[in-house]
Design a binder for this molecule. Structure first.
Ligand code: BES
Ligand code: MG
Ligand code: ZN
Length: 492
């Protein structure tokens, strides 16, 4: 999808679909001011439809024989409360309404109210990502009839520079969506590792995959315990991006990579939607998607590590029993009182591995707990960190990307809940505050001197219905936040 700037006036613009954002307080005046030949007709029809340009309102007009042949008017609400995220949502809504029409799509928004680069990037991403559709598994795919060429009309020329970022970032998000959306017989630990190797080759990353024996040699007893109930081999994936020239910042991103989570002997039953547990590798998808984007964007002064301890949580004769005690690669022993709390076991060894690289910061993303979904719903991820600077960076990065995030407490006293009579700790505590004890568990495996943050994306990895810029299904949550975060840190 090609995205460019256009300096044409609205009445001279020569594409097929024109989207115009309108303010609640002044939409009639605005329409008058554009000088469109059919403005009286529009105003009449909008009155008829009781259109008030409230946020989320939309009216589409077919104008056969005209240029453009389709006009989409979208409400932006009141100008004084307008945020960039409102532009994203309005762009996505309008882009969806444009489906069925091919040819050039133009969009005219009040760019001047924002930093033009941020507004243009946000809207460009929103249009491309809201028109994403996964057709890989249809025997007779029917592609969306959609535009392949977008012009942002009336944006200040200074925004030109940001347009180059849109494609790599969106490709990263789309890769993450495809990885998460694929069924668990398609994305397995092996194919996940193959995909990682493929993007490494294509974009020049270093890529290593540790096999089961390598992980055994490193003493990754927690991770391998989860993997032992599956017929599929675990794959521990490590990708490295290294900028040419001096390195000023070294970071590590760790993603939970359970390609299927049955729960193990604590089998997921009842309300738990077991068929959706293909999305339990959403953390790894975000990390690999971010790797794909960063590798193409090539930020200077950065060394970034992307780490995924991938496996399945299944049941067979060698699967872990509830009650088993295992030893992680930092020597700590864990009583597995619940086999369904498997993600933290895999992350334990991944975080020890990341800590050994001595990076300046570690961020992990994981579909870790149902408790986080109960607390924050499916639009907001939970953020745990004891490092103020890292918290600020990640919150800013998420805000800039339009991804929801909320900082949660790392309540040290809740560690009590993880006490084990036999081992150093249990892997689960009480139901109440379950996403907090999960975070406290992970903390045991991160070197204390390294700033670390944990992001629980159990809710945000998936949406049941079209929502904002996300079509129903896998959202690709985290890619944009991670990419923005890398740039955020390079600022200081
Ligand atoms: N993958 C799940 C978490 C999850 C649940 C993600 C629902 C998305 C939606 C994780 O492995 C899990 O099963 N966690 C348990 C932990 C519990 C046993 C302490 C949970 O949340 O129920
Ligand atoms: Mg589980
Ligand atoms: Zn899981």
């Amino acid at each position: 999808m090609k995205i460019t700037l256009s300096s044409a006036g609205l009445k001279d613009w020569d594409g097929s679909v024109l989207i115009i954002g309108l303010f609640e307080e002044a939409h009639e005046k605005q329409i008058q001011s554009f000088g469109l030949p059919y403005k009286s007709y529009l105003i009449h029809r909008l009155k008829e439809q009781k259109f008030r340009a409230k946020s989320g309102e939309i009216q589409a007009f077919d104008l056969p024989e005209n240029t453009p042949s389709k006009l989409i008017l979208v409400g932006l609400g009141e100008s004084k409360s307008l945020l960039i995220n409102d532009l994203r949502n309005a762009a996505a809504l309008s882009a969806r309404a444009s489906i069925g029409t091919i040819g050039k799509l133009g969009i005219f928004f009040p760019w001047e109210l924002f930093d033009p680069e941020s507004a243009a990037q946000a809207v460009g991403e929103a249009i491309r990502l809201s028109l994403f559709k996964d057709l890989r598994f249809k025997s007779k795919p029917e592609p969306l009839l959609k535009t392949n060429c977008i012009e942002l009309i009336g944006v200040n020329k200074s925004a030109e520079a940001c347009l180059g970022k849109i494609s790599p970032i969106c490709a990263g998000v789309e890769l993450a969506r495809e990885l998460v959306g694929a069924p668990p017989n398609n994305v397995t630990p092996s194919t996940l590792a193959e995909t990682a190797a493929l993007i490494s080759k294509e974009y020049g990353l270093q890529s290593t995959v540790l096999e089961k024996e390598d992980c055994e040699a490193k003493g990754m007893g927690a991770y391998l315990a989860v993997a032992q109930g599956s017929d599929l081999e675990p794959k521990f994936i490590h990708l490295i991006y290294k900028a040419k020239g001096p390195i000023k910042r070294r970071i590590a991103m760790v993603g939970k990579g359970l390609t299927f989570d049955s729960g193990g002997y604590n089998l997921k039953v009842g309300a738990a939607q077991i068929d959706l547990m293909k999305f339990d590798m959403g953390g790894s998808a975000a990390v690999i998607g971010a790797a794909r984007a960063i590798a193409e964007l090539k930020p200077e002064n950065l060394e970034a590590h992307f780490i995924v301890a991938s496996c399945e949580n299944m049941i067979n004769g060698s699967a872990i029993h509830p009650g088993d005690i295992v030893e992680a690669s930092n020597g700590k022993t864990i009583e597995i009182n619940n086999t369904d709390a498997e993600g933290r076991l895999t992350l334990a060894d991944a975080l020890v591995y990341a800590s050994e690289l001595e990076p300046d910061a570690i961020v992990d993303l994981a579909t870790l707990t149902g408790a986080c979904v109960i607390a924050l719903g499916d639009e907001i991820a939970g953020l745990w960190t004891e490092n103020e600077q890292l918290a600020t960076e990640l919150i800013n990065a998420a805000k800039a990307s339009g991804e929801g995030i909320w900082r949660m407490p790392m309540q040290a006293t809740y560690k009590e809940g993880l006490k084990s009579m036999l081992a150093d700790m249990k892997n689960t505590g009480p139901r109440a505050g379950g996403s907090i004890t999960a975070g406290l568990f992970l903390k045991e495996f991160v070197k204390e001197s390294i700033p670390w943050a944990h992001i629980d994306i159990a809710g945000t990895v998936w949406t049941d219905k079209d929502r904002g810029i996300d079509p129903a299904g896998a959202t690709g949550y985290g890619v944009r936040t991670l990419v923005n975060w890398t740039y955020e840190q390079l600022k200081h």
